[in-house]
Design a protein around this ligand. Structure first.
Ligand code: 5AD
Ligand code: SF4
Length: 437
């Protein structure tokens, strides 16, 4: 076979996967391959996959079905990420022409298959932080640089496959993280988003016994002139310690927006989810955050139809959504996953009830979002350029609350990366605005 020249990569799932996809692209580019958006042109085809819900896994296998028909017969095709780890060797049985199956902590082994294209490569080991050292740096950073500060998760929520696919929680050394932050700042980043499945639980003990926390990473990052905005995702409620709450008070570059999933408003359900916090405690944290940063807004993920969830449990979820007034939130129907405790719990909820609860909660969340968006009309917000829309006549910016804001593209001029935008109109999905001189 000729030396591969082009690669096609499709990423599914969370920001961690987006980051992994960027590193994979950099790895292939460092070997002289160039990206292509056309499967039929590709010598190497990678699906960077998510397994969080059954639907996400199914999506990957249907995409593989389509790609098999479109690809060149000699192209190398493989899956990396969470579905690779979930399926393991079974993936080769389901799709016999797969060449490689690499888990989220072993995708840096990809060169092995490039060097030995006539073999099959399976590696779903949990290699911890090994991949970070093994991968070449990215040559240019996007305006928003995602910087992982830990791998895995130790919370072991009973519905979640992540502790299985990404392993136990390991925090990276602050010196390695800050090297990545400086490199990103020097190569184009203006916003840093720290990533971790349990990001606010970041904890690193150095050789002197000193414990380093996320608040310190935020403080150090804020000192870098090129970095204008900082955020982090996703937070676990009871890890929101006072030092972190306080940094919302003291650090203006930290955006007034926090993703802190509650998942359910019922303490009974939370207990069965192995998320043992009380509603009072959660609300107390939200109130403390609001006291530290009065303009802060919170977003959440919700799961409806968890095993044993009653109508009364669901009503409590509806109530907490209103009480906190979450913006930018997502809700999902509970989906049983392999290797998880909840999959074998009694009282699984029928699909119609899950669907009904999803529609009901979604409608409430959308209404809260619409009200918040409308409350932004008349305000001037500092926004970050995301790119042009499909027509090319408009630009899309992101507010500090991650709302999409559409402005008319200025004729001829290069649009500013960061802009003060006056919000002139709003609906549920997005804002309309104009540049303020
Ligand atoms: N079923 C439905 N939703 C899930 N999530 C995680 N596991 C499951 C599951 N088995 C949701 C949680 C999490 C988000 C990333 O995905 O709400 O916060
Ligand atoms: Fe999964 Fe829970 Fe860890 Fe989030 S905190 S990754 S939901 S186990």
């Amino acid at each position: 076979m000729n030396t591969p020249k082009k690669f096609f990569i499709q990423t599914f799932g969370c920001q961690m996967n987006v980051y992994d996809g960027q590193r994979l692209a950099a790895l292939l580019e460092s070997r002289g391959l160039t990206p292509t958006a056309n499967v039929a042109d590709a010598d190497v085809i990678l699906l960077n996959t998510c397994a969080v819900r059954e639907k996400a896994t199914n999506k990957v296998y249907s995409a593989l079905g389509r790609i098999r028909r479109a690809k060149r017969p000699d192209a190398l095709m493989g899956i990396v990420g969470c579905v690779a780890r979930e399926s393991g060797a079974d993936a080769f049985k389901r799709v016999p022409d797969l060449n490689f199956v690499l888990g989220p902590q072993s995708y840096h082994k990809l060169p092995e298959i490039l060097d030995n294209p006539d073999t099959k490569l399976l590696n779903i080991d949990l290699g911890g932080l090994e991949k970070f050292d093994a991968l070449p740096p990215m040559t240019r950073s996007p305006a928003v640089a995602y910087i992982p500060i830990q791998e895995g998760c130790d919370h072991c929520c009973t519905y979640c496959i992540v502790p299985y696919t990404r392993g136990r929680e390991i925090s990276r050394a602050p010196v390695d993280i800050m090297n990545d932050v400086h490199h990103a700042a020097q190569t184009g980043a203006v916003e840093i988003c720290f990533l971790g499945q349990n990001v606010n639980g970041y904890k690193y003990q150095d050789e002197n016994g000193t414990v380093h926390r996320l608040s310190e990473l935020i403080r150090d990052t804020a000192k870098i002139d090129a970095i204008q905005r900082i955020r982090f995702t996703s937070s676990y409620p009871t890890e929101m310690t006072d030092d972190l709450i306080d940094i919302f008070r003291t650090e203006p570059k930290l955006l007034p927006f926090l993703n802190m999933p509650i998942q359910s408003g019922s303490e009974n359900v939370l207990t069965r989810m192995n998320r043992p916090y009380s509603l009072d405690l959660y609300i107390d944290i939200v109130d403390k955050l609001k006291a530290a940063r009065p303009d802060i807004q919170i977003s959440s993920d919700f799961i409806v139809g968890f095993p044993g969830e009653t109508d009364a449990d669901f009503d409590q979820t509806m109530a907490v959504a209103q009480r906190v007034g979450y913006i930018n939130s997502y809700c999902f129907k509970y989906s049983p996953r392999p290797h998880t405790a909840a999959a074998v719990m009694p009282n699984q909820i029928p699909e119609q009830i899950k669907s009904l609860r999803l529609v009901t909660l979604d409608a409430a969340l959308n209404e809260i979002q619409r009200t918040f968006n409308l409350s932004c009309v008349g305000r001037t917000l500092d926004c970050l350029l995301e790119g042009a829309d499909k027509t090319g006549r408009h630009l899309v910016y992101r507010t500090p609350y991650m709302q999409q804001t559409i402005v008319d593209a200025p004729a001829g001029d290069t649009p500013p990366t960061l802009a003060r935008i006056k919000i002139t109109d709003a609906n549920k999905a997005s804002l309309r605005g104009e540049f303020v001189a």
